[in-house]
Design a protein. Structure first.
Length: 598
């Protein structure tokens, strides 16, 4: 049986060969080790303990179960179950439909996803960042910071109901450009047409991919890769000029400075103090003039640039050009999406914004700084290092919404006599938890927000968010023990910091409330360029469930070469010591366990 890593690396070899066609790839789904690798990748996700439409979870996985799926794929009887539909709240208050596939379908989808990723990942352009290995929101924002400097206009793009409106026929047509294995194509079509169950009623899916399915993100990227390639074509035809035209006034001031310096170079030592002072004043005056005058003509009609970054169905375009250029490009994008991909731009969210104002992308405010304040560089020359540079900013509404979501503030409305006042309040829902659980939850929420916004230029504004969280924690503990905030602060003081002490394995330990500040983290930025490539490595560690299934060793009785079944639980805290394997899992502090079964 071929190693699945050999399979994927062989597929990757031909990925960048233009015109190469993949044939007979469906047979790779007969590989038991490929499904063990798929199982290894998905087993740890808590969502796998949620029942699909067939009522099964990942609990009870065995080689027999995997081989039954392989046999269905081999003889053509495999048919995906409809996804179980549920809804989650979006930030704007609307609901997003989420499809929960059955666990057997998740295994097949993960195996299929790995094959598709091997074929397409290296062909995706560097401007795409959503749902890709070693890429994230941060790499997309870093690319904007590096390539959008000096833009005049932003096009904030958002595709309306993207995942629900993907055209199945167009997607299959795109897949067939590279894949010439009809059985594999038909398997993907089965996933697309599987439908969903809502309130015990079956619905057919005529378009779209289910949000929540494992295969949906890679298919969405393959679909919108056509837009990425189209944007690169627009960029190629739009970009003009190698550099902006030099500003004549700046050139004149620079020439005067050069001639003054050149004229007095040979006679400098012979000049008296007053003459030297006069020359220095002339040079400084010219430097000040040069700093206040743009080096190049910002309205040069012979210089244009287009920059583009996409994350999933959101994209941002930067234009160095006129507003008419931005309007025309927006119309071109809208026409391409409508005619070629059967998609439409959201009229509400697709905006053209001047770069002096703030565009929104991935919950950041993005603007181009207008800062003429000069600074001397390492050579002592005055330069405007921050002028026309991209700034990533945290919107105030982002951290305010979090405060409301966590229920840590109460706002007293503004009156004619008093301004609006914000008060931190206790979180009653946490009162029944232990002190350790309470402080850990506050820490998790503070760190979570900071970890996302740590690359922002104004990351320090999160001190305001943290201030309300800190006093809400104090008030929560005060309400729990019916004490004053001052008494609680004294009780939980650990070397001047707020913290909770606890014992673990007989050793006293402490968890402190977050106190590491909110400085901008430049070192955390990762590379976004074409050199970021994925490598497949040997997947089965000795403690992985897939390894246990292969070895056939029971963890309970140490029997060897036996049929193994893997037990899973969502979380350790939910375990009850009512069976031998539950007791063993509690002792080992693990959420999976291999058991011998007849």
């Amino acid at each position: 049986m071929r190693n699945p890593l050999v399979i994927m690396n062989n597929l990757k070899k031909h990925a960048q060969a233009e015109g190469y066609e993949y044939k007979r790839i469906y047979r790779n789904l007969y590989n038991e080790e490929l499904f063990l690798l798929a199982y290894n990748k998905i087993y740890a996700k808590p969502g796998n303990m949620t029942k699909g439409s067939d009522g099964k979870t990942i609990d009870g996985t065995s080689l027999e179960r995997i081989n039954d799926i392989i046999n269905q794929l081999r003889n053509g009887t495999y048919k995906p179950n409809p996804a179980r539909r549920t809804y989650i709240l979006k930030k704007n208050g609307k609901k997003r439909p989420l499809g929960i596939p059955s666990i057997d379908d998740k295994l097949v989808q993960e195996a299929t996803r790995m094959i598709l990723e091997s074929i397409w990942e290296d062909t995706f352009l560097s401007c795409s960042h959503g749902f890709r290995p070693k890429r994230s929101c941060h790499t997309a924002l870093q690319q904007i910071q590096c390539t959008f400097n000096g833009v005049k206009w932003f096009i904030e793009g958002d595709i309306s109901a993207y995942f629900d409106t993907i055209d199945h026929d167009i997607l299959v047509r795109i897949l067939r450009k590279r894949i010439k294995d009809e059985r594999f194509i038909q398997l993907i079509r089965k996933f697309l047409k599987a439908g969903y169950l809502e309130d015990r009623q079956y619905y057919v899916t005529y378009s779209g991919t289910a949000q929540g399915s494992i295969i949906s993100p890679i298919l969405a990227n393959i679909y919108l890769n056509e837009l990425d390639k189209y944007m690169m074509e627009i960029k190629k035809s739009f970009d003009m000029g190698s550099a902006r035209r030099r500003n004549p006034e700046h050139r004149k001031a620079e020439a005067q400075k050069y001639h003054i310096k050149k004229k007095c170079t040979s006679t400098w030592k012979t000049l008296d103090k007053a003459e030297k002072s006069k020359i220095c004043k002339q040079v400084k005056a010219l430097e000040k003039t040069m700093v206040n005058i743009p080096y190049a003509d910002p309205f040069d009609p012979q210089y244009r640039r287009l920059s583009y970054v996409r994350y999933a169905d959101d994209f941002l375009v930067g234009i160095i050009g006129s507003k008419d250029d931005a309007l025309r490009i927006k119309d071109d994008i809208s026409k391409f999406l409508s005619e070629r991909l059967s998609l439409s731009l959201s009229a509400e969210k697709t905006l053209i914004t001047h770069s002096a104002k703030r565009a929104k992308f991935l919950s950041f405010d993005i603007t181009v700084a207008r800062n003429n304040n000069p600074r001397r560089n390492s050579k002592g020359t005055l330069t405007r290092t921050h002028n026309y540079c991209i700034k990533l900013l945290i919107p105030k509404e982002s951290w305010v919404k979090k405060l409301h979501a966590y229920e840590v503030i109460r706002i007293r409305p503004q009156t004619s006599n008093e301004p609006e006042k914000w008060h931190p309040i206790a979180r009653n829902k946490l009162a029944n938890k232990t002190d350790l659980e309470i402080i850990q939850q506050f820490n998790q929420e503070v760190r979570g927000l900071y970890n996302y916004y740590r690359i922002a230029n104004n990351a320090s504004v999160l001190h305001k968010f943290n201030n309300f969280m800190y006093y809400s924690l104090l008030r929560t503990l005060a309400k729990k023990y019916k004490k004053s905030v001052r008494q609680v602060r004294t009780k939980y003081d650990i070397d001047g910091k707020l913290g909770v002490k606890y014992k673990a394995k007989g050793v006293e330990r402490a968890v402190l409330y977050y106190h590491n500040g909110f400085r901008r983290d430049k070192a955390s930025e990762t590379k976004y360029g074409d050199d970021v490539k994925i490598e497949y490595k040997y997947p089965f560690g000795r403690y992985s469930p897939a390894y246990k299934l292969k070895q056939g060793v029971c963890e309970l009785c140490n029997a060897v070469n036996v049929r193994i079944l893997i037990h899973h639980v969502r979380r350790l805290s939910s375990l009850i010591a009512d069976t031998p394997w539950n007791i063993r899992m509690i002792n080992l502090r693990r959420v999976s366990f291999s058991k011998y079964f007849q």
